[in-house]
Write a protein that binds this ligand. Structure first.
Ligand SMILES: [Zn+2]
Length: 222
């Protein structure tokens, strides 16, 4: 019954356990009768014992008992498991990166922009200005812009920025006060580091997947 239920692909281990418990099934083992848990169901559905086989030191041997289920059903369960696993990985592992998260603001009301992605294809990321939703007053209307375009523009801008060769001397000339100079230098180096970080981050984002795979293969051949 557990195998049949799981093979439909509609139940998780936990749901199969609930189903068995509701029907009054209990595990039999060294600790007596227990309710099923997601772990006992997980182990059971992978156990070749139900195929009439036994496992000894990692090897599978034909057992002396009759199979309780057939191979097809067993295989179907393993297939469902691997499909569920890759599905949950695809959902959970997809983290989107927003360069301007918490930084981009509306130039009128200075409210930070919200980062969202379309649910349907999950393809487009957006920065959104939504003062009304957030209970904020702003003369600029609610609007959203595509994150990839905005970030590309930004990358073009920062690639143009060049610090003058003699920026240190310039600062020294401009700021005679020692503390002020130190603060300025600190701010400047922080800005440089920020720019460097953004450029690097952006370059990483620009590399598309096929490029990434090629690169990885190239490296792994070395
Ligand atoms: Zn605004």
């Amino acid at each position: 019954m557990a195998f049949e239920a799981y093979a439909t692909g509609r139940y998780s281990d936990r749901e199969v356990a609930d189903l068995l418990n509701r029907e009054g099934y209990r595990t039999t083992g060294n600790w007596g009768e227990r309710k099923f848990t997601k772990d006992t169901v997980n182990r059971m559905l992978k156990n070749v014992f139900y195929l009439g086989k036994t496992k000894y030191k990692g090897e599978i041997y034909p057992g002396k008992h009759e199979p309780l289920i057939d191979q097809d059903l067993f295989d179907k369960c393993q297939e469902v498991r691997s499909r569920r696993r890759s599905k949950s990985r695809a959902l959970g592992g997809h983290k989107r990166v927003y360069i301007f998260s918490g930084l981009a603001r509306c130039h009128i009301c200075s409210l930070t922009l919200r980062c969202t992605a379309t649910q349907s294809k999950g393809k487009w990321r957006y920065y959104r200005h939504i003062p009304d939703v957030r209970g904020h007053e702003c003369s600029a209307p609610s609007q959203f812009m595509r994150a990839d375009l905005l970030e590309k523009q930004w990358a073009e801008i920062i690639s143009q920025i060049q610090l003058p060769e003699d920026w240190q001397q310039q600062i020294e000339r401009l700021a005679s006060d020692a503390d002020e100079r130190a603060a300025l230098l600190k701010e400047r180096s922080y800005a440089i580091e920020q720019m460097r970080r953004l450029t690097r981050l952006y370059r990483d984002l620009l590399i598309d997947e096929s490029e990434f795979r090629q690169e990885r293969e190239r490296l792994s051949r070395k």
